[in-house]
Design a protein around this ligand. Structure first.
Ligand SMILES: Nc1ncnc2c1ncn2[C@@H]1O[C@H](COP(=O)(O)OP(=O)(O)OP(=O)(O)O)[C@@H](O)[C@H]1O
Length: 285
């Protein structure tokens, strides 16, 4: 099958401001892609364009549909969790389940009930008496129970406690994902998603600055703890970033063979958070 999302020269302007700046990318099926970037870098705008929620410039194809003109057909195959979960205040948990069961042919009621069994939500509870996190829990249970080909999650765990966040990502991987599905996820809590991602896309000032598979991350990038007497030799290999930890320099290298780096100190794979910070340096300058 062709790419699940294919973007060519995608741009989004709000008046004169450029939110997404002429980006091109392809996301195949069976991937879990982390779209990671600082505040205001264009993540939500990119996702909204892909879902046909805002006008944009350039070419976009999502599951073979044109989001500009085929939004209704696209929505049959896509599930979307916005970073602001809004549900009517008067809605009861049980009514929400009945509603989604009535409108969506691929909604699995049993699955939704199973997710809800791990929360404090009960069928008679109204949205207005829920905490912020409980509203998100209800929203996630409803959406995760829909068997969609593409799941777009924009900051899905905002307001959720750490126990539920971990459980959510576990469910996503074990219960939801398979090789026919594709998940695109934005979050600022990269360390919580890095174990489930297959691919990384870093976005900065509306441009994609890094697009790699997690396997490539392991192959390309190495972090080395360099003692003082080896700092000059290490600097000669042009680290892309360095910081100081307990008097030692921690240097990050791109594309330098690991065998060569092992002579300079202890090596390890960088975390996505370290890679992100190194790539984004100067973002707030
Ligand atoms: N409705 C809008 N009207 C005008 N400007 C907007 C609008 N929505 C977003 N922007 C601007 O577009 C840029 C990108 O915003 P976007 O919401 O896509 O960023 P983001 O990466 O999702 O940020 P965050 O991590 O803070 O959610 C920002 O400069 C923002 O101010």
């Amino acid at each position: 099958m062709s790419a699940v999302i294919s973007a060519r020269g995608l741009s989004k302007h709000y008046g004169k401001a450029v939110a997404v700046d002429n980006i091109s990318f392809e996301i195949p099926a069976g991937r879990i892609v982390g779209l990671i970037g600082p505040n205001g870098s264009g993540k939500t705008s990119t996702l909204k364009a892909a879902l046909g929620l805002i006008p944009f410039d350039g070419e976009l194809s999502v599951l073979g549909f044109d989001p500009r003109t085929q939004r209704d057909a696209l929505m049959q195959e896509v599930c979307f969790i916005a970073d602001v979960a809004i549900l009517p205040r008067w809605l009861k948990v049980g009514d929400a389940i009945d509603f989604v069961a009535g409108v969506h042919p691929r909604f699995d009621r049993k699955k939704a009930e199973r997710y809800l069994a791990n929360t404090k939500l009960s069928p008679g509870m109204m949205v207005k008496s829920m905490s912020k996190g409980m509203v998100v829990q209800l929203h996630l249970a409803l959406v995760m129970a829909i068997d969609a080909k593409l799941l777009v999650l924009d900051e899905p765990t905002l307001g959720l406690d750490i126990i539920y966040r971990k459980q959510f990502y576990q469910n996503l991987l074990e219960d939801y994902f398979d090789e026919k599905k594709t998940i695109v996820i934005t979050t600022h809590q990269v360390e919580e998603v890095e174990h489930i991602l297959t691919d990384l896309m870093f976005i900065r000032d509306g441009k994609i600055v890094l697009s790699v598979s997690m396997d490539e991350v392991g192959e390309r990038y190495t972090e080395v703890m360099v003692p003082a007497d080896k700092v000059n030799a290490a600097n000669a290999l042009q680290p892309i970033d360095q910081r100081s930890v307990f008097g030692k320099s921690v240097m990050l290298f791109d594309g330098v063979p690991r065998a060569q780096l092992e002579a300079l100190g202890e090596t390890r794979n960088p975390s996505v958070a370290d890679l992100f910070v190194a790539t984004m340096k100067g973002s707030y300058a």
